[in-house]
Structure formats: structure tokens, C-alpha cells
Write a protein that binds this ligand. Structure first.
Ligand code: ARG
Length: 269
């Protein structure tokens, strides 16, 4: 009798463990309509796309995601995981979506899936007003601060050499800017909208924005998913809906003050 009881207890434990695995792996907790609640990971130190306002994650990306998730009928939670951890989570499939001004490129496509593009970007240079930097080429020989594992970091590595001590890499872009502010770097390279917003919102820092259309390529942001995620189709459909019904344009205008080039975005699909 005693033996049977133990066996039963053991069996039950096993069943419970199995059940727990089933829900925590890729299903998440269930939303109101029975669909799972998505875990959306970001690095909220990249205004105006995602940043902390008091204790809230806000920004253009946050509002765009709100719109597409509503359209595709998904419940979600945005978590400020950080940039490198965000990639790790998507690779390990512990998160469902990466929302972080993430550039779609061939290298990342080997490991992750992407939505249709939702924003056009390019790298620009932020530097003190009295700088002699006029182009990407002028960064050679300078101390350049970048966020690690970004397309900006890649572009600077290509210019200065991947192991150059002149390239200072930081966990987030705000730290890269802080390095320049304290005199530890001559320039920061990051996405244009981020650089422009910083220069505009912090006039006392006396930084200017340097553009080099030949020196830096055009890039497009997408939502990033674990490889073979079933979510891609739903979100692509939702993106096209908000591009067509005016919601995208409304959010874009609110954050950037101009009308988006929707034709161009659609032509990239
Ligand atoms: N667009 C660049 C990239 O994908 C930089 C993105 C950084 N995003 C962020 N939230 N820190 O590499």
C-alpha cells in the first residue's frame, strides 16, 4: 500500500513538472481571449524609440507595437531586458518578440525572423560643436563611442578596425553619449533619429549632428522573432493594416512631426 502511494506521488510530481514546462516554454500565460500573453523584450535606452519615462517604457516603438498587437489581438508585456540579453532571449525562445529599433540584416536573419520593415533609418554622427569631423571617413583616428552589437558599432569597426582601442563599446547608447559628454570620446555613432533627438533635447551639451549619406547605408527596423516563430504572419498582416488605415501615419507624425513615406516602406516588403 505504502509503495503504491509513493509511486502515485512520484507520478503526480512528474505530471505537474510536465504541465509547468508546457506553459512556461513558449506558451506564456493566457490572455483574455485564450491567446498567450507575449513577452516583448526591449532596451529602453534609445529615445525616441523606447525609453524610460519615470517607471514606464514609452516611445514610438511602444506605440507602434500597441497598435499592431491590438490589430492582431495579442496581449503582451514589454520588458526592459537590455540589448544583448534581448538577443539571447529570442535565441533561447524565452521571449516572443524583440522591439528595439532593431535593424533587419542578413546576419541577424540567420538566427532570427523579422516582420516587414516599419521604419527607415541610417547611422549618423554626434560630436561636440567644435569638431573637425565632417564624414564617416573622418572618424579614423578618433575615439568613437557606440552601443555594442549595433549596426553603428559594426560601421565604426569597419572604419577603425574591429579590435581598435579607439572604439569604445557600451551596453547602451546613453552610456556611449555620456562617455563623450565627459570627454572620453570624440564622437558617437547611432541611428539618426536617436542622435537628432538627443542633440535637439540637450542643447546645453553643444553637440552637432553629422550626416554622411555615402558613408552609412540605409537600414530598416523590424520586429524580431525567434526563428520559425508562428507570430510573423499575424504581425505582418497587422503592420499592413495600420499602414493602410492611417494609424501608422498618426503615430509617426506624433513622434517625428512629419508624414511617413509609406510607399517606400511597402516597397521594401
Ligand atoms: N538599429 C540599430 C541596430 O539594430 C541600433 C538599435 C539599438 N536599439 C536600442 N533600443 N538600443 O543595431
Amino acid at each position: 500500500m505504502k509503495k503504491k502511494g509513493t509511486l502515485f506521488a512520484l507520478l503526480m510530481t512528474f505530471v505537474l513538472i510536465l504541465a509547468a514546462c508546457g506553459t512556461s516554454k513558449d506558451e506564456g500565460s493566457n490572455g483574455s481571449d485564450g491567446k498567450k500573453k507575449l513577452r516583448v523584450v526591449t532596451d529602453a535606452a534609445y529615445a525616441p524609440f523606447e525609453y524610460m519615462d519615470k517607471n514606464k517604457i514609452v516611445g514610438f516603438d511602444v506605440e507602434i507595437f500597441e497598435a499592431v498587437a491590438k490589430e492582431a489581438k495579442y496581449d503582451y508585456e514589454i520588458v526592459n531586458a537590455g540589448w544583448d540579453p534581448l538577443f539571447a532571449e529570442l535565441q533561447n525562445k524565452t521571449a516572443d518578440v524583440g522591439l528595439s529599433a532593431i535593424t533587419i540584416n542578413d546576419d541577424r536573419k540567420k538566427t532570427y525572423d523579422f516582420s516587414v520593415p516599419y521604419f527607415k533609418s541610417t547611422n549618423k554622427i554626434l560630436a561636440p560643436k567644435n569638431t573637425d569631423i565632417k564624414s564617416a571617413q573622418d572618424l579614423k583616428g578618433k575615439r568613437v563611442a557606440v552601443q555594442t552589437s549595433t549596426t553603428g558599432a559594426e560601421a565604426v569597426d569597419a572604419l577603425l578596425g574591429a579590435n581598435s582601442k579607439q572604439v569604445k563599446k557600451f551596453e547602451n547608447n546613453n552610456l556611449a553619449i555620456l562617455q563623450m559628454k565627459s570627454g572620453g570620446a570624440d564622437a558617437v555613432v547611432a541611428d539618426n533619429a536617436v542622435i537628432e533627438a538627443y542633440a535637439k533635447n540637450n542643447p546645453k551639451d553643444n553637440f552637432i549632428v553629422i550626416e554622411d549619406k555615402e558613408g552609412f547605408e540605409s537600414e530598416y527596423y523590424g520586429l524580431m522573432f525567434p526563428k520559425d516563430s508562428k507570430l510573423v504572419g499575424d504581425f505582418d498582416k497587422a503592420f499592413n493594416a495600420i499602414l493602410d488605415n492611417g494609424t501608422y501615419a498618426e503615430i509617426y507624425k506624433k513622434w517625428f512631426g512629419t508624414d511617413p513615406d509609406i510607399e517606400n516602406l511597402k516597397a521594401q516588403q
